[in-house]
Write a protein that binds this ligand. Sequence first.
Ligand code: FES
Ligand code: FES
Length: 170
Amino acid sequence: MTDSRGDRAKIEIAFTVNGEPYKVNVYPMERLLDVLRMELGLTGAKEGCGEGECGSCSVLMDGALVNSCLVPVLQAAGTTLITIEGLAAEDKLDFLQQAFLECGGAQCGICTPGMILAATHLLNSKPEPTMEEIGEGLSGNLCRCTGYSQILEAVAEAAHRRSTRTRAPA
Ligand code: FES
Ligand code: FES
């Protein structure tokens, strides 16, 4: 007999989240978003549309940006995941989080974790993106509040600060 998730039995799945190893007993087709939020208590990833359209649930899976509402947890077995909770170091915000804070890139905050992870993904491959590239990099993430300009500015500012710091003499 199957349950509402279409699975017969729970299985044990192991993965690494924010540098910590986890083992969870879950139905294989449960959404990664639900497992992160309800099993691991990592509620930073948000459910917006639940259909892969808004990016609020974005996380990094083996370095790729994924919509965790569309990922069956089975697919995450053995992977390395980064959620918004994994960016700050103790009480020090990550450079993107700090720039979002200062530039007004976060208002209601529902889109913010996904936006910051999308920006992290972008800056990992393009450390000094143009505004057009920033727009493209965040095109899968929707925001109802900011009008986007503060978000784009925050990413540009974060990239600028990091590249300036990188170039600064020791
Ligand atoms: S909640 Fe996953 S893309 Fe919208
Ligand atoms: S800050 Fe509210 S949806 Fe983006």
